[in-house]
Design a protein around this ligand. Structure first.
Ligand code: ZN
Length: 185
């Protein structure tokens, strides 16, 4: 059975970000965060540069926002080049998937698609002093699950052109190109 979190190198990289052990030992909030993510208590909305989530915990709802700065133009170009190269030698992937080997290519090229927890600008409207709180950590676990399901999200969070590239499917026709008269006639 694949692991619950981090079944792909893409999701695993995010899980590792959350689980990086501090000098003081493992973060005691992690089991709670995992449980929240596992039970779908974190509802995510993702866009380029930011992940927001509604996290339901202890019959209360919290709003989490995590900023993931978009890649620089240079990093974006490097990433696009590596993606194109990798997709060329790995044809027939499902929509939203990326080759596992590409994650290693990124690492080798020094391209980080995750942001270390300590460098994240993350907010939550709960009253806990400790940051990151369990809600922010649950959001990150939920993100790792999302990325496992759809690796391309890992890249789309950091640059705006990846979504467009996915439409390069020859069978894909923009709806506006269809003439309703002849299509339904
Ligand atoms: Zn919180």
């Amino acid at each position: 059975m694949p692991p619950e979190f981090g079944a792909t190198p893409w999701g695993r990289s995010w899980t590792r970000t959350v689980e990086t052990t501090a000098a003081s030992g493992p973060n005691p909030l992690l089991p709670k965060a995992r449980s929240l993510a596992r039970n779908h208590c974190a509802t995510l909305t993702t866009e380029v540069g930011v992940v927001t989530a509604k996290v339901v915990a202890s019959s209360d709802q919290f709003s989490v926002r995590i900023e993931l700065p978009p890649w620089s133009e240079e990093t974006k170009k490097d990433a696009e080049r590596l993606i194109a190269k990798s997709l060329a030698v790995n044809p027939g992937l499902a929509v939203g998937d990326l080759p596992d080997g590409l994650e290693a290519d990124f690492t080798a090229a020094g391209i980080a698609f995750t942001v270390p927890v300590g460098e994240q600008v993350a907010t939550c409207d709960c009253r806990t002093r400790k940051r990151p709180c369990a809600h922010i950590l649950a959001t990150l676990y939920a993100l790792s699950m999302r990325v496992d399901e759809r690796p391309r999200l890992a890249v789309e969070l950091r640059m705006d052109s990846a979504a467009a590239a996915e439409c390069a499917d020859p069978d894909w026709i923009p709806l506006t190109d269809l003439d309703p008269g002849t299509f339904y006639g």
